[in-house]
Ligand binder design. Structure first.
Ligand code: AMP
Length: 507
């Protein structure tokens, strides 16, 4: 039987960490990190994991789910803490599996932070890196092992680690692991573990496959759901613009400037498209880096670091970057391409509006994207309203590639170009409104500067404002480029939140 813990009510929240009676070294680490109140997933999961129950947790990205499982696991493992140098005294007792290297790295770092005042050892192993240093670390003995499935199997086969004393298993981003075909690897790994163990399964979305996996590997789990499954952060203002081809880049430039955005993710569907777009934007004067699966691990980490530190303003990426990466809060996410998989939409836009701050998600919808947008509508149980975008009169025309290929920055071109109404072509909305799923907006776009950022609902647990990285305090590339006469005020072209923006209010 599965228990369902109801959502906490405003009266019972926020709950302070102090009420938990965490062991002193963990309480100290939490204080060092500046956490005061628990997030909803933490308030619900920590007591349950402390009791030794299996958990099936549905939590949207950025909700604090790493601490929700790591803190109680560390607390339960403190009894094994010892300072012996013998590897035999440090068998793997907790295994945390994640689908991507970046996530594994991030979660391992968070666990190190939470365990910093204990003697518990942790390590991370993932592919794309030399096995030797990982092997050395494993052979010394670690209590907590964070891993991606493929590389973990390599280590198991090489007898670098044994998992017969594992007491806790965490399957994080479980839906993603199934997506990318890890099921056989997962099953093999789970077959090496003792049957008697605690299993925690987290996923931002809960498909029927995940539920099946959960029912075969979890024993009498407590289900914890802090957000409607398949929901996106309620603090994200969402817009879907009807725009095609090169106009997408033009629209991107315009929205970045009009919204005075400091940083943004730009998602594309293919590795090739990712590299190409990053190059084009860089040529057009935007400070850009690319992150996709064809880059070496080293290049991927460098790209992420340069974005995190604010050295670059735009991270053009494929879905490899969409899941769970915690890059503080980024003010905006652009879906330059509509994702093939509707659930990826939720993950992508989960990169913004994190920790309760308002975020902006802009999706560029081409005519051929009709079915993909319909899938997103279906997933979200809400109508998506396509909007037209009107280009400013004096905006540079990036379609005249010859003028910018020579390395001149985009906005030095100046001078009025044509006014174009991307996506405002007769028939374009009719094309995408197949199956009668879309609402259509084809009235002229209102020029009203009163509607800036979303007056988004705030999550009382995460009142942290957006912290631009130190380097990004200076102007982002689209602001620093001289010669633009465009207004610095609020978007004239972005319409106020309407139906789309109201998508995620609970029903
Ligand atoms: P996660 O969902 O685990 O990736 O966490 C998202 C971000 O929230 C991370 O930067 C955490 O350090 C931060 N965080 C987690 N729990 C809390 C909390 N209780 N209070 C403030 N920040 C938190």
């Amino acid at each position: 039987m599965t228990d369902l813990i109801p959502e906490l009510t405003p009266e019972t929240l926020p709950m302070a960490f102090a009420q938990l009676q965490l062991a002193a070294p963990l309480a100290r680490a939490v204080a060092d990190l500046g956490y005061e109140s628990m997030t909803p997933i933490q308030a619900q999961a920590i007591p349950v994991v402390l009791q030794g129950r299996d958990v099936m947790g549905a939590a949207q990205t950025g909700t604090g789910k790493t601490a929700a499982f790591a803190l109680p696991l560390l607390q339960r493992m403190l009894k094994h803490e010892n300072s012996s140098t013998s590897p035999a005294r440090h068998p793997v007792r907790a295994l945390v599996l994640l689908p991507t290297r970046e996530l594994a790295d991030q979660v391992a770092q968070a666990i190190k932070d939470y365990a910093v005042h204990t003697q518990l050892r942790s390590a991370v192993v993932f592919g794309g890196m030399d096995m030797k240093p990982q092997t050395l670390e494993l052979k010394k003995g670690v209590e907590i092992l964070v891993a991606t499935p493929g590389r973990l199997l390599d280590h198991i086969e090489a007898k670098n680690t044994v998992l017969n004393q594992v007491e806790y298993v965490v399957l994080d981003e479980a839906d993603r692991m199934l997506d990318i075909g890890f099921l056989p690897d997962l099953q093999r790994i789970l077959s090496y573990l003792p049957k008697q163990r605690i299993t925690l399964l987290f996923s931002a979305t809960f498909s029927p496959e995940i539920k099946r996996l959960a029912s075969s590997y979890l024993q009498d789990p407590v289900t914890i759901e802090v957000a409607r499954s398949n929901a996106a952060a309620s603090t994200v203002e969402q817009h879907f613009y009807s725009v095609e081809g090169d106009d997408k880049r033009h629209a991107l430039h315009q929205i970045l400037k009009q919204r005075e955005l400091k940083q943004a993710f730009v998602f594309v569907n293919s590795k090739l498209g990712c590299a190409r777009l990053a190059r084009s934007l860089e040529r057009e004067g935007l400070n850009t880096t690319a992150l996709h699966g064809d880059k070496s691990q080293d290049e991927r980490l460098k790209a992420l670091d340069s974005f995190k530190s604010g050295e670059v303003d735009l991270l053009v990426c494929t879905d490899v970057a969409a899941r769970g990466l915690d890059i503080k809060d980024v003010p905006a996410v652009f879906n330059f391409d509509i994702p093939f998989n509707a659930e990826d939409y939720v993950h992508r836009i989960g990169r913004t509006g994190r920790a309760g701050s308002a975020g902006l998600a802009v999706s560029f919808v081409a005519k051929s994207d009709a079915r993909l947008v319909a899938d997103i509508e279906k997933l979200l149980h809400n109508k998506i309203e396509l909007e037209a975008i009107e280009f400013e009169e004096n905006a540079p025309d990036i379609r005249k590639q010859g003028r910018i290929n020579d390395g001149h920055r985009m906005y030095t071109e100046g001078g009025p170009t044509d006014t174009r109404h991307a996506g405002h072509r007769p028939g374009s909305l009719r094309d995408v409104s197949h199956e009668g799923q879309f609402a259509r907006t084809d009235r002229p776009v209102r020029r009203d500067s009163a509607h800036h950022a979303a007056s988004a609902a705030r999550d009382p647990f995460f009142e942290r404002p957006y912290e631009a990285p130190v380097v990004a305090q200076s102007l982002p590339s689209w602001e620093a480029v001289p010669g633009v006469h465009g207004v610095r005020s609020i978007s004239a072209n972005i319409k106020p939140k309407r139906r789309v923006a109201a998508l995620f209010k609970s029903q």
